[in-house]
Design a binder for this molecule. Sequence first.
Ligand code: UTP
Length: 275
Amino acid sequence: MQPVRKAVLPAAGLGTRFLPVTKSIPKEMLPLVDKPAIQYVVEEAVQAGITDVLVITGRGKGAIEDHFDRNPELERVLERAGKTALLQEVKAPDGLADVHFIRQHEALGLGHAVSVAEPHVGDEPFVVMLGDDIMIDDAALLTRMLAVHEETGGSVLALMEVTREEISAYGALTGEVVREGVMRARGVVEKPAPEAAPSNLAVIGRYVFTPGIFGALRETQPGVGGEIQLTDAIGILLEREPVFGVTFTEGGYDGGTKVDYLRANPALGLARDEL
Ligand code: UTP
């Protein structure tokens, strides 16, 4: 079996839930303490053994590319001033992994954004990580998901139990328990109405996919909101291949919502001795 080396980070969304700041600043670049949200996601990927990261960007997302590039002018100033620790912080994002960028020319949905990665990913299993979901768990969830992929050869989704009211903001998964914390997926519905939700297990923004997802995406028609939904492609995939879910309870912050963004900041700040 091929090892999982590549991660795809879709970051081309419009971030409407975070307006007005996202009018000119990519949601992925909003700071959590002193680092942009997307840097935590890349660090998590690297911690789980990923060496190649592809960020899906779009118009107005140039700041993300700048952040993962060098800034020789700034580096020279810090070097001359003897600010060694800061210099290391400034250089760090560029040294994390082999980071690539590709544009999704139009925000046609998360599923479409993932399909844009196909030429880069090729015929290999890969990880998809949403910058919206910040995990403060030393990559424990992603590491468990990769272990389930290695054991089964199937795709693996991250699952979190939410309330009936909350499920309408997520994809809801049905399936049966294989063992504690691991499920075999049987069906998935994007943003169901609470009364129609088939379960309260929400699919969260960490995925391990076989390349079979690209074939499923090609067959996926626009769904909720007129967008090509990744959830709908997963629905096609699980009719063809085994798909699993790994549940988690702690360490997740939905940085796409203002409340969780506010919660993540003190959590990350308090974890640092100097703060
Ligand atoms: P969201 O729907 O949460 O992101 O998509 P959004 O569109 O940026 O935010 P809202 O809903 O308007 O506030 C989940 C992830 O998929 C990416 C987003 O960048 C985010 O990481 N995405 C979404 C794309 O890359 N392309 C798209 O066409 C849609």
